[in-house]
Design a protein. Structure first.
Length: 222
């Protein structure tokens, strides 16, 4: 790990890749070689990962932890508030035809136009705008390096921008039927929220089934 530069962080004489203190001490020593300013830390992260997204994500986590003065953000919320009609089932992996054969990387939650869409976790707005597949969509990355993708929106919450910190339960937009064409295309399918989740290991990103998380959040959201 770290190209043989592992350090003993807990004084047991070993530098072990499954020991949190050893990992933390190793990372600290690596970063310290570059300096202590924000730019120094960015340079160190870039030289390790050689990937802009990895650097951006880590710096955003630090900003989130600094703002709230804590390390864990386990509060979650179901994306549709209680009191609104909605329905969904597990649609991850289903076939999709628009734009060529592909699988459905998410769960569709059907609801009426204008139904509020909420952030499911604390995180940073990483992306906002139009995509020909997802229409008006917004992407939020949480502190577990999971990317939450909200698509086919009717519009965005007022004032929300890339780089903003959001909390679980914050309204980020509303349900629509946008997508499958150039900017402004809408109505090619019933209104619904496409909700996807992706994981990143610092070098690549992949989708995984969000349905079990949605069921859990639905049960636990007051």
């Amino acid at each position: 790990m770290f190209h043989g530069t592992g350090k003993d962080g807990d004084g047991d004489g070993l530098a072990h890749i499954e020991n949190d203190l050893d990992i933390l001490y190793t990372v600290g020593n690596y970063l310290q070689r570059y300096g202590h300013s924000e730019q120094d830390i960015k340079a160190a992260l870039w030289n390790y990962y050689h990937r802009d997204l990895a650097v951006l994500s880590i710096m955003n986590y630090a900003r989130l932890m600094k703002q709230y003065n804590r390390l864990t953000f386990d509060t979650t919320s179901f994306p549709i508030p209680k009191g609104y009609n909605y329905s969904y089932r597990n649609t991850w992996g289903d076939a999709r035809g628009f734009g060529g054969r592909r699988i459905h990387e998410g769960t569709d939650i059907f609801a009426n136009y204008g139904t509020p869409v909420r952030a499911t976790t604390f995180g940073i707005v990483e992306l906002k705008g139009w995509n020909k597949f997802g229409g008006w969509r917004i992407g939020i990355r949480d502190t577990y390096n999971r990317y939450h993708y909200y698509a086919h929106l009717n519009g965005f919450a007022e004032g929300i921008e890339v780089g903003d910190i959001v909390e679980a339960g914050d309204t980020i937009g509303s349900v629509g039927s946008s997508g499958y064409g150039p900017p402004g295309t809408s109505g090619k399918f019933p209104p619904h929220l496409h909700y996807g989740m992706y994981k990143d290991d610092g070098k690549s990103e992949w989708s995984f089934d969000p349905y079990p998380y949605l069921k859990k959040w639905e049960r636990n959201t007051p």
